[in-house]
Design a protein around this ligand. Structure first.
Ligand code: G6P
Length: 491
């Protein structure tokens, strides 16, 4: 932070995302409950914005959000001790259906994840996507107190906003971070508005992805579909006289994580969580914690548990897998169907292997706040992250961060960006149920010494490459760019 203050004196930071960091919901008794959304984006960006201050522009999505702001639509957050301003933007149901559910989540989300769910592209959704991006861009211009703010745009909901902001604030430093994978050019070519999306993103000064692999995919896509100049030495792209740098910035979490504060010691947590779940005290516990999303491989890990118990029946009655799945985007059939399918599969596996009141799978389909999530992590013997494809996956890093006792085994999909950094996890192909069963067995058999060795290395990695470094690196690159631009203007 000190380095940043020196590098970027007096700069104004504006964060822009679809999802807001605090949701205000009205409960049945009329009181307002503040909720932290289950979102990798929010877990990463919130501590950084807290540290930097500034303004965060997001869509107000809670049932009581409007009551919690003043006439200006601005509210200080975090609620207890405000350090930055949350400026909410209101969308109509129609806008939300077209821009968020439609184009972003039925189009771009399956397109970029390649999880074999067919993307749907509708002209009407696209129109809303464009007009809502305009709304966000206008809000940035309205919030900017200087002609050259640093604007941090987040994710696939806002691909057009960088260009729209660039047109209005030519001296802004726009850093856009794409939190999900970028597919190969052939796949991206499916999108009917690929040129517009790419053009929008190339309004950025810096465009970030989690991995070099996704940067390469993006550059190849531009090469294939746009008339631009690509400099492969510096990984920059020039389009119509404007240059964009394409860089990998692996996202992470805060360290030490705030959710660790106030946690009971691990042995105590192991007992209380098992009691709460109705499990015997000595049972081995596996956990999975996700939004109910088809990219996360929730069904696949259940099939892995099934394969494990089929192969190693002596584990029956001695192991339980608890899957927390927070309902998400439930307006879309693909998400609702997944929940129904997961429930049916859990019932089927429980019926096949369960006996004497013991069931191998517990499905907890509700939102859990960060401290409850950490409790589960700390009570577990192993954590399974089996994404079919994931930009990074912060659950893997949170599990590691929660284990200050240096115990517990992480089973991690080879297709999550996190597997590039956390190579001491047991890496698995989630499409291979048999292999997953074998890995669960290997995890349960791992002695405490080996668990400690692996966990130690992973903890060092997450601590050193925490989210402040993620944001710090982007902001330092931005500072260098601003200096260079200032010098160029003098010549
Ligand atoms: C992914 C996206 C984030 C989003 C999160 C939750 O991680 O990259 O932008 O915040 O999912 O999704 P939601 O639709 O609930 O905001």
């Amino acid at each position: 932070q000190v380095a940043l203050a020196n590098e970027l004196p007096g700069s104004e930071v504006i964060v822009v995302s679809n999802r807001e960091p605090y949701i205000h919901n009205r409960k049945d008794d009329g009181t307002i409950q503040v909720q932290r959304p289950a979102s990798g984006l929010v877990s990463a960006l919130e501590p950084v914005t807290r540290a930097c201050g500034g303004t965060w522009i997001a869509h107000g999505s809670g049932s009581a959000d409007r009551d919690s702001v003043d006439a200006d639509d601005r509210v200080g957050v975090p609620p207890a001790k405000p350090t930055y301003t949350l400026r909410r933007l209101w969308l109509t149901d129609e806008e939300q259906d077209g821009y968020y559910y439609g184009f972003a989540n039925e189009g771009l989300w399956p397109l970029c994840h390649i999880a074999f769910v067919r993307p749907i592209f509708r002209e009407s959704d696209w129109r809303f996507y464009r007009s809502v991006n305009e709304k966000f861009a206008e809000a940035v211009v309205a919030e900017a107190k200087r002609p050259d703010p640093i604007v941090l745009i987040q994710d696939y909901h806002l691909a057009l906003a960088p260009r729209m902001i660039r047109d209005r604030l030519p001296n802004a430093t726009i850093i856009t971070f794409w939190h999900i994978p970028w597919p190969n050019s052939e796949t991206f070519g499916i999108c009917p508005w690929k040129e517009e999306i790419i053009d929008g993103l190339l309004g950025s000064s810096i465009l970030g992805f989690h991995t070099q692999f996704h940067c390469n995919n993006f550059i190849e896509t531009v090469d294939r579909f746009m008339e631009s100049r690509i400099d492969r030495e510096s990984d920059s792209i020039s389009l119509a006289g404007h240059e964009t740098f394409v860089r990998p910035y692996p996202i992470s979490i805060d360290w030490p994580p705030a959710a660790l504060e106030g946690q009971a010691p691990v042995p105590e947590t192991r007992t209380t969580v098992r009691e709460r779940l109705g499990l015997s005290p000595d049972i081995k516990l596996g956990v999975g914690i996700e939004r109910f999303d088809y990219t996360k491989g929730i069904l696949d890990r259940m099939r892995g548990v099934d394969a494990f118990l089929t192969e190693y029946p002596d584990w029956k009655g001695r192991f339980c897998f608890a899957q927390v799945a927070a309902p998400t985007r439930a307006k879309l059939a693909s998400y609702r169907n997944l929940q129904a399918e997961a429930e049916a599969l859990a019932d089927e596996i429980n019926a096949r292997h369960g006996a004497d009141g013991w069931e191998p799978i517990k499905l907890l389909a509700r939102h859990h706040e960060p401290d409850e999530v950490f409790e589960l992590f700390r009570a577990a013997d192993l954590c399974i992250v089996s994404s079919l494809h994931d930009g990074m996956n912060l659950v893997a890093k949170e599990f590691v961060a929660s284990r200050d006792d240096e115990q517990g085994v992480l089973v991690l999909s080879a297709f999550a960006g996190a597997s590039r950094e956390l190579s001491e996890a047991l890496i698995v192909n989630p499409y291979d149920a048999y292999a997953m069963g074998q890995v669960i067995h290997r995890a349960l058999a791992m002695d405490s010494g080996e668990q400690r060795e692996r966990m130690k290395v992973m903890r060092e990695q997450v601590e050193a490459k925490n989210v402040y470094r993620w944001a710090g690196q982007m902001l330092l690159d931005a500072a260098r760019l601003r200096k260079k631009e200032r010098i160029m203007r003098l010549i």
